[in-house]
Design a protein around this ligand. Structure first.
Ligand SMILES: [Fe+2]
Ligand SMILES: [Fe+2]
Length: 273
């Protein structure tokens, strides 16, 4: 297991450094603000995303505490934290450089973060891998929708931002899925039970921390519908993990799960249908 995690981390880091690397200063076409009029809805969605990304001190501190003793996982967590901090920064730069928000308004975005800390939603590495796979996939889906909206509106700046940030989120989701696959090899029944538990108790990091979280996302067009969450997040994740609906149901009822994965993904679905 340790060797396999080491290789996963090396592969993640190599792709991050050689293929996925981007920077705020030269990879975002900021000069396009000359011809783009950003919308207020995009700015409001970006504010919520920005606050959620700015909880990175809590995400990294708590994650590292859980992972200390495992150099490779800690290394991943540190690289991950750098990328998440880049997301908060690029959203903040968009709000500032577009003129949509003043310096004082941007400073205010840190208030919820300062007021209350984010806590780990689950207390084991395996459950946090399940949570990471779902949360990162949900974030990717939300940002992909924002990229499409920006392109439709001719906002090349926002489109570039959501493209780069989204590629990071997709890579994070893939890493967590790879970890879960290793867990499934070791303990299929227990891992599926954990996945079902996380799914049943899932909520996004900002939910309950950021004031009016759902209302702000809904009114700005920045959220994901329940249907999209199922279709774009849960089902693709289960298909990738080759976890079937029957296995999830058995795990939910504490029964013995099948020892082998399904031959095809035709019965893959969510546990609570
Ligand atoms: Fe992020
Ligand atoms: Fe992420």
């Amino acid at each position: 297991m340790r060797e396999k995690v080491h290789q996963l981390y090396l592969d993640f880091l190599e792709i991050a450094e050689t293929k996925r690397q981007w920077n705020i200063f030269s990879d975002i076409p900021w000069e396009r603000f000359d011809s783009v009029q950003p919308s207020e809805a995009v700015a409001r969605a970006m504010e919520v995303y920005c606050i959620e990304e700015m909880y990175v001190p809590d995400y990294s501190a708590q994650g590292l505490r859980l992972l200390r003793g495992n150099f490779d996982m800690a290394g991943f967590q540190i690289r991950w934290a750098f990328e998440e901090s880049r997301h908060g920064l690029v959203f903040r730069e968009y709000l500032k450089r577009s003129g949509m928000r003043s310096e004082a308004e941007i400073a205010e975005l840190e208030t919820p973060v300062a007021n209350r800390a984010w806590e780990l939603p689950f207390d084991t590495c395996r459950r946090m891998s399940c949570y990471g796979a779902l949360q990162e996939a949900a974030t990717y889906s939300a940002y992909k929708a924002q990229k499409d909206r920006a392109l439709a509106n001719g906002d090349q700046v926002a489109a570039a931002i959501f493209h780069h940030v989204g590629s990071d989120e997709a890579a994070h989701a893939a890493f967590y899925r790879s970890l879960i696959k290793l867990d499934l090899e070791q303990d299929r029944r227990g891992t599926i039970a954990d996945f079902g538990h996380v799914l049943a108790n899932f909520k996004m990091p900002g939910d309950g921390l950021i004031p009016n979280y759902h209302q702000r996302l809904e009114s700005s067009g920045g959220g994901l519908s329940a249907r999209t969450f199922v279709e774009k997040v849960i089902l693709p994740t289960l298909t990738s993990l080759r976890i079937s609906r029957a296995e999830l149901k058995r795990a939910a009822h504490g029964q013995t799960a099948a020892a082998s994965p399904p031959r095809d993904s035709s019965d893959t679905a969510i546990v609570q249908d």
